[in-house]
Design a protein around this ligand. Structure first.
Ligand code: ADP
Ligand code: MG
Length: 701
C-alpha cells in the first residue's frame, strides 16, 4: 500500500520549488515523493576504485581517475573561451575541459596538484577528454562505508541547468528517505521473502539509493528486480488462468471441404515440416473448446500467410467467418491479392476493407458480413470501426502485430460475446525472455524452417566511397532483368525534413539512372493511397526497375523479381528494421543481395548492428543481439506492453530472476487463482494499487 506521505506532490519536497517541480514532471514524469523514489540510479561508482587513463574507451559513462595536473591553458576569445587542463596518471594523459565558468575554475585549479576526478569521458576535436568534471583533493582518510558507493542518476540538460544533476537528484531522494514519515509498505508475502531470501522493501529502497555496502546494494537490486518481474508475471498468470476458466472458445472440430479442396487441389507446393507442426498446434487449440490466443513467430518469408489461410479455412469449415488485419493498406491489399488468388475456384467470398474503400462498397461489405455471406475479411484497422459487425466471427488473424496498438486490439475484442480465436503473426522474432514477459499469456508457435530452395541473402556493408561500385552492380543486375529497392531512412514519416532527404535521394538516383534506359518509382508515407498503389503496381509489373522508398515497404511486400536491397544511411535503422527490409529480397529463385550504405563515422553500436547483419540471416540471432544492444525499451512492440516501464529489471541480464518470478507467480495462481486467501492479501492489494495507476488492457496481449 502506498502511504499518503509517498503520494505527496513533489513540489512539497524541501528543495523543490515550482520551477524544479515543473521540470521533474516534464522531464522525468515524477509527480510525487513515491515516484521520485522509484527513479532509481542507473549506475553506481565505487569511490574507492580508480580508472587508469589508458583504459578509457568510448563505452564508459561516468568514471573516476586519480591524476595530477600537468598543463593548464585557455583557448579561444572571450565569449567562446574554454579551459583545458591536461592531467596525467601512471598510464597516460587526458584533457579536462570547461566551456563555462572558465575564470572561476582557473582560480580553483592548482598546477601539479593531484585530484580525484569524476566525470564522463567524450571525444572533442578527435581527442579524449572529460568535459566539466568534478574535482576533489584526495584524502588519506578512508571514506565512511555508506559513502563509498555513489549513486548516479540520469539527468537532462534542462534539469542540470536547475541544479538537478545526478548529485542534485540524489540530494532530493535523500531528503525523502530521511524524513520522519518515510515508510515503505511491504509488497511481498513473508513466505516468498523467506524462500528467496529477499530483504524487505524499506531496506531495499534505502539501499538502492544509498547503498550501505556492496552486499546490501546487491540484495536491494535482487529484491526490487524480483518484485518488478513478479508482479508482471502474477498479472499474466491471473489472466491466463482466467482465460482457461472461461471455456468460452468456439469449438472447431471439423476439417471439411474447404480445407481438403485447398490442400489437395490448390496448393502448388508441399508444406514445410515446421508449417505442418504449427498447423497441428493450431488445430489442437481450435478443437479444445477454449479460446485460442496464439503467437505465430516465423522469419520473413517462412510462410506464415499460408498457415493463416489454412486456419481461416478451418474456421470456414465450421461455418465461421474470419478476418485478417494488416498494419498498412499496401499490405492488406497484397494479402487480399495473394489470398484471393490462392482461393480461386473455391467457393470462398473474400473482401478487402480499408480506409479508402468507397462508401457504397463499404456498405455492401458490411451487409455481407452481417448476413454471413462474406466469409473472409481482409483489411487494416478500418476493420475494427464500430459499424463492422460479423454474423459469426470465429477467428481474428493479426499480421505484423507490432504496428497495432494494444488498445486497437482490445476494441476488436469487445465486439463479440464469445471471444474469437486470435492468431497473432510476427516476422520479428522475439527472444525467449522477451516473449515470456510480453506474451506471457499467449501460447507460442514457431516456424523455424524456410521453404526449400531459398538462397541466403548476401549482405555487404559499403562505405560512401564505394558508391560508384554499388551503382555499377545495380546496373549489372538490372541488365540481367532484376529489380532493385533503394531505401532511405524516414524515421518520422510526417517530418518534412526527412521527406526532403528522400526526394533529394530520388533525384540523385534518377540522375544516375536516367530515362529512357531506366525508370524509377518512388513510394513514401505522405503519398496518396492511389499514387502509392500505382507505383507499387508499376514496380510489380516490371515497368520500373528501381523502387526508391521509405520503410513503408518494410513489411510484407512481395516482389520476387527484386533481388537487390540497398539501404541508405543504414546506421540510422534499428536491427529488426534492417532485417525486415532485407526480407523484401530473397523471395525469388535468384541470388539476392543486401547492401548497407554508411559513412565511415559510426558509433560502436551502429557498427555492431551492421556487422551482425553482414554475419547472419537468422532472425532469432538478430533479435537477441538487438535486445542486448538496445534493451527491450526500444524494440518494436514493447511500447504498450508495460515492459517499457521496467524500472530496474533487465530481461536479458535478469533471466534467472525472471524465471523464479514466473515460477512463483504460477505456483501461487494455481493454488489461489483469485488471490482470495488471507495469506495472499498483500499480493492482491498491491496488484490492485498497481492496476489503479496503470491502465491494463487485459486479455489481448
Ligand atoms: P511470411 O508471411 O512468413 O513472410 P509468406 O507467407 O509471405 O511468408 O511466404 C513467402 C513466400 O513463400 C510466398 O511466396 C509463399 O507462397 C511461399 N511459400 C510459403 N510456404 C511455402 C512452402 N511450404 N514451400 C514453398 N513455398 C512456400
Ligand atoms: Mg507476411
Amino acid at each position: 500500500m502506498t502511504t499518503p506521505f509517498l503520494e505527496t506532490p513533489i513540489e512539497f519536497l524541501k528543495g523543490v520549488g515550482p520551477s524544479r517541480s515543473d521540470l521533474l514532471k516534464k522531464e522525468l514524469n515524477i509527480h510525487t515523493f513515491g515516484e521520485l523514489l522509484t527513479f532509481f540510479p542507473f549506475r553506481y561508482v565505487d569511490r574507492s576504485k580508480f580508472y587508469q587513463i589508458a583504459d578509457i574507451r568510448d563505452d564508459h559513462s561516468f568514471i573516476q581517475i586519480k591524476a595530477k595536473i600537468v598543463h593548464i591553458q585557455t583557448i579561444g576569445a572571450a565569449h567562446h573561451q574554454r579551459l583545458v587542463a591536461t592531467v596525467r596518471d601512471d598510464s597516460g594523459e587526458i584533457d579536462l575541459v570547461w566551456f563555462q565558468g572558465v575564470k572561476w575554475v582557473l582560480d580553483m585549479l592548482s598546477p601539479q596538484q593531484e585530484y580525484v576526478i569524476f566525470g564522463k569521458p567524450g571525444i572533442f576535436n578527435g581527442r579524449w577528454n572529460i568535459p566539466h568534471p568534478e574535482l576533489e583533493i584526495p584524502t588519506t582518510q578512508p571514506l565512511p562505508l555508506n559513502e563509498v558507493i555513489r549513486p548516479i542518476y540520469n539527468s537532462t540538460e534542462k534539469l542540470k541547468s536547475k541544479g538537478l544533476d545526478f548529485k542534485g537528484i540524489g540530494k532530493l531522494v535523500r531528503t525523502i528517505l530521511l524524513h520522519e514519515k518515510f515508510i515503505m509498505h511491504e509488497s511481498l508475502t513473508p513466505e516468498i521473502m523467506q524462500r528467496l531470501r529477499l530483504i524487505n522493501r524499506q531496506e531495499a529502497f534505502v539501499n538502492i539509493h544509498f547503498p550501505q555496502s556492496p552486499e546490501l546494494l546487491k540484495k536491494a537490486q535482487t529484491r526490487l528486480k524480483f518484485e518488478e518481474l513478479f508482479y508482471i508475471q502474477l498479472r499474466l498468470a491471473k489472466q491466463r488462468y482466467g482465460r482457461l476458466l472461461k471455456h468460452e472458445g468456439h469449438q472447431f472440430l471439423k476439417v471439411g471441404d474447404y480445407v481438403n479442396q485447398f490442400y489437395h487441389h490448390h496448393l502448388t507446393f508441399a508444406l514445410t515440416n515446421a508449417q505442418k507442426r504449427v498447423i497441428k498446434e493450431i488445430r489442437a487449440d481450435l478443437g479444445s473448446g477454449n479460446q485460442m490466443n496464439r503467437l505465430l513467430q516465423g522469419d520473413v518469408g517462412s510462410g506464415k500467410t499460408l498457415v493463416a489461410l489454412m486456419t481461416m479455412l478451418i474456421a470456414l469449415d465450421n461455418q465461421f467467418q474470419s478476418c485478417l488485419m494488416a498494419p498498412t493498406e499496401i499490405l492488406a491489399r497484397q494479402h487480399y491479392n495473394t489470398i484471393s488468388g490462392m482461393l480461386t475456384g473455391l467457393n470462398v467470398v473474400v473482401k478487402l476493407l480499408t480506409g479508402s474503400t468507397k462508401a457504397a462498397e463499404r456498405r455492401e461489405i458490411q451487409a455481407g458480413l452481417h448476413a454471413g455471406t462474406v466469409h473472409l475479411l481482409i483489411g487494416t484497422h478500418a476493420l475494427i470501426e464500430e459499424n463492422v459487425k460479423f454474423k459469426h466471427l470465429g477467428l481474428v488473424v493479426i499480421d505484423e502485430q507490432h504496428r497495432f496498438g494494444v488498445a486497437q486490439r482490445a476494441k476488436l475484442w469487445e465486439k463479440n460475446v464469445v471471444t474469437p480465436h486470435i492468431l497473432v503473426m510476427t516476422a520479428t522474432p522475439i527472444p525467449r525472455t522477451l516473449a515470456m514477459t510480453l506474451y506471457g499469456d499467449l501460447d507460442t508457435s514457431i516456424i523455424d524452417e524456410m521453404p526449400p530452395g531459398r538462397k541466403p541473402i548476401v549482405t555487404r556493408h559499403v562505405y560512401e566511397p564505394g558508391r560508384g561500385k554499388v551503382f555499377r552492380f545495380i546496373r549489372d543486375k538490372i541488365s540481367e532483368g532484376r529489380q532493385v529497392y533503394i531505401v532511405f531512412p524516414l524515421i518520422q514519416e510526417s517530418e518534412t525534413l526527412d521527406l526532403k532527404n528522400l526526394i533529394d535521394g530520388y533525384q540523385s538516383i534518377i540522375l544516375e539512372f536516367p530515362p529512357p534506359q531506366f525508370s524509377v518509382s518512388m513510394v513514401h508515407g505522405q503519398m496518396k493511397q492511389q499514387e502509392k498503389d500505382l507505383e507499387m503496381k508499376r514496380f510489380l509489373e516490371r515497368e520500373t526497375q528501381i523502387m526508391v522508398a521509405t520503410t513503408v515497404i518494410e513489411v510484407g511486400v512481395d516482389v520476387p523479381n527484386a533481388s537487390v536491397m540497398v539501404i541508405e544511411n543504414a546506421e540510422r535503422f534499428g536491427l529488426s528494421q534492417l532485417h525486415q527490409l532485407r526480407g523484401r529480397v530473397g523471395r525469388g529463385d535468384d541470388q539476392s543481395f543486401c547492401i548497407l550504405m554508411s559513412s565511415y563515422e559510426l558509433s560502436a553500436e551502429a557498427r555492431k548492428r551492421l556487422s551482425t547483419m553482414v554475419r547472419t540471416n537468422d532472425g532469432f540471432e538478430i533479435a537477441e543481439t538487438d535486445l542486448q544492444l538496445r534493451g527491450p525499451g526500444d524494440l518494436q512492440g514493447t511500447q504498450q506492453s508495460g515492459i517499457m516501464d521496467l524500472r530496474i529489471a533487465d530481461i536479458v541480464k535478469d533471466e534467472k530472476i525472471l524465471k523464479y518470478a514466473r515460477n512463483v507467480a504460477n505456483e501461487i495462481i494455481s493454488t489461489d487463482p483469485a488471490l482470495s486467501k488471507n495469506e495472499n492479501d498483500i499480493l492482491a492489494l498491491h496488484l490492485r494499487n498497481m492496476d489503479q495507476k496503470q491502465q491494463n488492457w487485459g486479455l489481448i496481449s
